[in-house]
Design a binder for this molecule. Structure first.
Ligand code: ADP
Ligand code: MG
Length: 322
């Protein structure tokens, strides 16, 4: 099983940022109202995710470290209409197989908590601990036993930037959750519980807030809500375009192309618009189960989604001109 876990780890955790993503999504799935992420050494040395979610009892805590032991699917039917982020039960065992893993958790009102430790995919040690609210997971020395992965990691600056990107995306997708990111002991990003609009603008920044227009359209049974940066507010960096599909941040070449096509006449071809596009679509018309890292989706009708985005941007640009 250790080898299987390490192979899965290569799929699920490519770098510190992917571990951050998996852990925070678990916290959100656990109903957390507040999530704090602390990283040190660009997440290579230490990642900590602390939540106030519903926690785990002793049996579940041990089970959580076993492969495919997700608590989130009851039937294969669920795979098609999945609401939670996790649905494979691979993240925790994968992470624990390539790090020194520590978890403290407790159920609400329990008189005792649990601590779980795994070192580099070795034996899972479960011990009683002080009761607490929610779950705290610490990932130390990521990739300590997989030198190939370790060598593959980029500079601290790059890995840290990737963590910040992932954190912002998670914050964008979860306005009702208070979220804080600490990097080497300093608060880098902090969002209180917010309404969606306030969260979007907080993440995109004041400059964007002053230079964007909001546009909502219905298209082919989808609802597309957009915060569209003015054409003068373009950027060299394509990461300033963010897409949410049914509450999940995704990255999709076709959606990026559609957004740029909408802006085609008003932004130079070597620049990217700055925008947040939120798509609500019938879950039956989108497959989110494409890759374990889950940044990609497959639409039943990609042309229709692209056309919707173009129409939305066009409508927004028309209003900007007025
Ligand atoms: P998945 O999220 O796909 O179910 P994971 O490996 O990420 O698989 O997590 C395994 C299980 O551990 C989850 O199904 C859940 O029951 C439990 N779990 C993980 N993180 C938390 C958390 N922060 N709070 C409560 N339960 C958690
Ligand atoms: Mg998970």
């Amino acid at each position: 099983p250790q080898v299987a876990n390490q192979i899965a780890a290569g799929e699920v955790v490519e770098r510190p940022a992917s571990a951050v993503k998996e852990l925070v999504e678990n916290s959100i799935d656990a109903g957390a109202a507040a999530v704090t992420v602390r990283v040190e050494g660009a997440g290579k040395r230490r990642i900590e995710v602390d939540d106030d979610g519903f926690g785990m009892g002793a049996a579940d805590a041990a089970l959580a470290l076993q492969r495919h032991a997700t608590s989130k699917i009851e039937s294969s039917e669920d795979l098609h209409r999945i609401a939670s982020h996790g649905f494979r039960g691979e993240a925790l065992p994968s992470i624990a197989s390539v790090s020194r893993f520590r978890m403290q958790t407790a159920l609400a009102g329990a008189s005792e908590g649990i601590e779980v430790r795994v070192d580099g995919g070795g034996e899972t040690v479960v011990r009683p601990a002080a009761p607490r609210r929610g779950t705290r997971i610490e990932v130390l020395d990521l990739f300590l036993n997989t030198p190939a992965r370790l060598n593959f990691m980029r500079s601290d600056k790059t890995e840290e930037a990737a963590i910040i990107d992932v954190f912002r995306a998670l914050a964008l997708a979860n306005p009702p959750v208070a979220m804080r990111l600490e990097v080497d002991g300093r608060t880098r990003l902090e969002y209180p519980v917010q309404a969606e609009r306030a969260r979007v603008l907080a993440i995109m920044g004041d400059q964007f807030a002053d230079n964007c227009i909001e546009q909502v359209i219905e298209h082919d049974g989808m609802r597309i809500s957009a915060w569209l940066g003015l054409p003068t507010f373009h950027h060299r960096d394509s990461n300033r375009m963010m897409f949410l599909v049914n509450g999940r941040v995704i990255r999709d070449k076709q959606l990026i192309a559609a957004l740029r096509a909408g802006y085609r006449d008003v932004i130079f071809h070597d620049r990217y618009p700055v925008a947040v596009i939120r798509i609500e679509i019938d879950p039956a018309d989108v497959d989110i189960n494409v890759h374990p890292a889950k940044r990609e989706v497959k639409f039943k009708s990609p042309q229709s989604v692209s056309a919707g985005i173009v129409a939305c941007v066009r409508a927004g640009i028309e209003r900007m001109g007025q």
